[in-house]
Design a protein around this ligand. Structure first.
Ligand code: GLN
Length: 478
């Protein structure tokens, strides 16, 4: 098979071709490594120097790109931050190790917003990543390097993480598939932490089948992560082509996103409505549901996530990892301060300050505790909605990919990118983004959410819709 032919294959197709002997395992890796070396989008923070021995197992020979924040033994893992400059972890994150033991080989580490804080991959110590559909635009974030690499065909698939939308939103903006699994279904061991009660690893892929395939090799209890648990059933590769009997709920609150400043762009609304029409043609029923607290989710998220981040990031003091600034006169406290001053970017500092404030005595009840109450309400809303419907559908993001620099001066405008993805994160439920068309020539994502551990239902429905949509992502790989 020609190198171009190899690069056209999805991961599942590559697995098949390798198993059938029509393709050598090393061949796939070499084709991708050559292609990835020509990256002009700044997708990667590290790239394999040679083709390793092909692993054995069901994914043997399939190269894997991994977001920078996954610890990879002996390979730089900086979470997009200067403060982890030169850090090469002594161990590998559980999910990466799982995929490797299934035969996948590490091709690259991918660029991201620093400590996964952002929606554009512009907050990276390595500089911004560009969107392959339009290089003047962002790929979304924080897993923007992973999403851009997969969309551009520089990697067959990639691992991302999602705290409030960081898998789904960049997948939407790059015209590919991104799945955030149920919180706890995938171990967080070895993921450089942002907000531990929300962080979850998941697949970023060209299609839904690849997302399911990767997920089968990710889920499961890991004794090193006490919040991980056994997935209650086997993850199956999706086969559904119809949606007969599937009840799809559309939140009434989508309307009020306008008041929040997250108005849905006309091109996005058109694609979303067309996707709902396709779902009906496939046999689904579409009805309105109510998530009355969802409009408050973003505010709650921007207290809870920074609060957890301020605690998680306290460990970067210049003593144990990465960067160490010189303290004036050898002063320890001064060394801490300078290291954190030099090592963290502006957005990370903003979150640390917000989080520390929200957790401080006298303010804890007014902010952090109230945000937790809202979180519970948001989860209860979903539980009530899922009594009536099987899945909930929204646009993944209010708009298509925006211009580089367009939202960097206005943090709240940037935060609004996650208006539709954050509620599911707070509730811990699974959600997927699939491409559902183009608006102004740029990809639009459809988000589907399901009850906890209903990944099979979610993947099946996404697979059926994907077939009906027939999205063509080849322009980004050209
Ligand atoms: N954009 C959101 C934030 O900046 C979500 C990021 C994420 O999911 N990691 O926090």
């Amino acid at each position: 098979m020609s190198a171009e032919g190899v690069l056209e294959l999805t991961a599942a197709q590559a697995v098949e071709a390798i198993a059938a002997g029509s393709l050598g395992a090393g061949e796939v890796f070499e084709a991708y490594r050559a292609r990835a070396r020509e990256d002009e989008l700044n997708c990667f923070t590290w790239l394999a120097e040679s083709t390793p021995e092909a692993g054995t197992g069901p994914l043997a020979g399939v190269p894997l790109a991994v977001k920078d924040l996954f610890c990879t033994e002996g390979i730089p893992s900086q979470s997009g931050s200067r403060i982890l400059e030169g850090y090469e972890p002594p161990y590998t994150a559980h999910v990466v190790a799982r995929l490797q033991s299934a035969g996948a080989t590490l091709l690259a580490k991918t660029n991201q917003d620093e400590f996964a804080m952002g929606s554009s991959t512009e907050n990276s110590a390595f500089g911004p990543t560009r969107n392959p559909w339009d290089r003047g635009r962002v790929p979304g974030g924080s897993s923007g390097g992973s999403a851009a690499a997969v969309a551009a065909g520089l990697a067959p698939w990639a691992l991302g993480t999602d705290t409030g939308g960081s898998i789904r939103q960049p997948a939407a903006l790059c015209g590919i598939v991104g799945l955030k699994p149920t919180y706890g279904s995938v171990s967080r061991y070895g993921m450089i932490a942002f907000a531990s009660s929300l962080d979850q690893a998941g697949p970023i892929t060209r299609d839904v089948t690849d997302a399911a395939l990767m997920l089968t090799h990710m889920v499961g209890r890991d004794p090193c992560d006490a919040t991980s648990l056994q997935f209650p059933e086997e993850i199956a590769l999706p086969t559904a082509e119809r949606l007969d009997g599937v009840r799809l709920g559309v939140p009434a609150e989508l309307q009020s996103s306008v008041d929040a400043g997250a108005a849905i762009e006309p091109g996005v609304r058109e694609c979303f409505e067309r996707a709902l029409g396709l779902a009906e043609e496939l046999g689904a029923s579409v009805e309105e549901v109510s998530l009355p607290h969802a409009p408050h989710a973003l505010s709650a998220y921007y207290l809870i996530a920074p609060a957890e981040a301020s605690s998680n990031l306290a460990r970067y003091d210049g003593v144990r990892y990465g960067l160490r600034a010189e303290g004036a006169g050898g002063e320890l406290l001064d060394m801490y301060t300078r290291t954190r001053h030099d090592g963290f970017g502006a957005e990370v500092k903003r979150r640390i300050m917000l989080g520390t404030y929200a957790l401080s005595s006298g303010y804890y009840d007014a902010y952090y505790e109230r945000a937790q109450r809202v979180r519970t309400k948001v989860a209860e809303d979903f539980a009530a909605a899922f009594e009536r419907v099987d899945l909930i559908a929204t646009p993944t993001a209010p708009g298509v990919a925006f211009g580089l620099g367009e939202k960097t001066e206005d943090p709240w405008a940037m935060y609004l990118s996650d208006y539709f993805t954050v509620p599911m994160s707070l509730a811990g439920i699974p959600a997927i983004s699939i491409p559902c068309g183009l608006g102004d020539g740029l990809p639009v994502g459809l988000q589907l959410a399901a009850p906890a551990f209903a990944e099979n239902r979610l993947l099946d429905a996404a697979h059926a819709l994907e077939g009906a949509v027939g999205f063509d992502g080849s322009a980004a790989r050209a």
